[in-house]
Design a binder for this molecule. Sequence first.
Ligand code: ASP
Length: 319
Amino acid sequence: MSNKYVIMIHGGAGNIKEMDDEKKAKYHKSLEIILKKSSQILQEGASSLEAVTLAVKLLEDDELYNAGKGSVLNHKGEFSMDASIMDGKNLMSGAVAGISKIKNPVMLAKKVLEESEHVMLISNEAMDFAKQFDLEAKENSYFETEYRRKQFEEALKSNKVVLDHSSFDKKGIQGDEKKYGTVGAVAVDKDGNIAAATSTGGIVNKKFGRVGDSPIVGSGVYADNETAAVSSTGYGEQFIRTVIAKHLADLIAMKGLNLVDAMNESIEYLTKKVSGLGGMISVTKDYKYASNYNTPGMIHGVASSEGGINTSLEKPLNA
Ligand code: ASP
């Protein structure tokens, strides 16, 4: 056991450059508070699994992000949230997709990891599974915000499925709107165990039970003590097709890359292979951390025993 720990969190990749200073300050403040609380429990000896759960729960509770309260609306004007969590010690994973009315989807994903023999539960049956636990339930009105309702109505009008990041399309950044969202956390605890968790409302105006990468092991989330813990944010379909989180881990395992090089090479692969848009955060068991993205920014930050708290919207963080 050492006295070291690292926790890194994100609140979505996107067109940060267009955000006004007041909003930027809000994000910095929010990230700082959440990093403070989640690193505090790591410092007191909590596991990385507990720390990423707490961090993602707090991100879900903050309506600034597209996860839990503040989630985007699907084509029916309803909430359909996805979340996942993975323990790098033993590759145990839990995920839920297409759920609503559960205040903290990440806590249900953790129950799937701990209390079921399965990895992923979906929709109404996942919510039935939730009933046996003491998880807080909420009505739709709790999740809804005026901003998301407006965003949804605009998407409906233009008949578009919109990523909750920024109004970019496959050709690049379009620019005028400012949408950010999906949340995630990766951590390494004093025992050198790593974990990752991701949570999202998905993409605005999504149809037909669409599920993105966030609950998919190897794409939106991954953790293996031997390689890295990863949480992704971006256009989910592209992250699923490239199995991007596992891709990063494989670059470490098979090519012997260090974390920063593996992170940079993965973002390059995402860009070249499928014109993918988004970013990732990652830690390893030897207390290294790295982030990168190919959007103009990613809302993220890190807290570590060595370096304190550092939040960033516009530059990758690594050490
Ligand atoms: N990856 C999420 C999804 O496709 C969206 C996001 O990161 O904002 O559902």
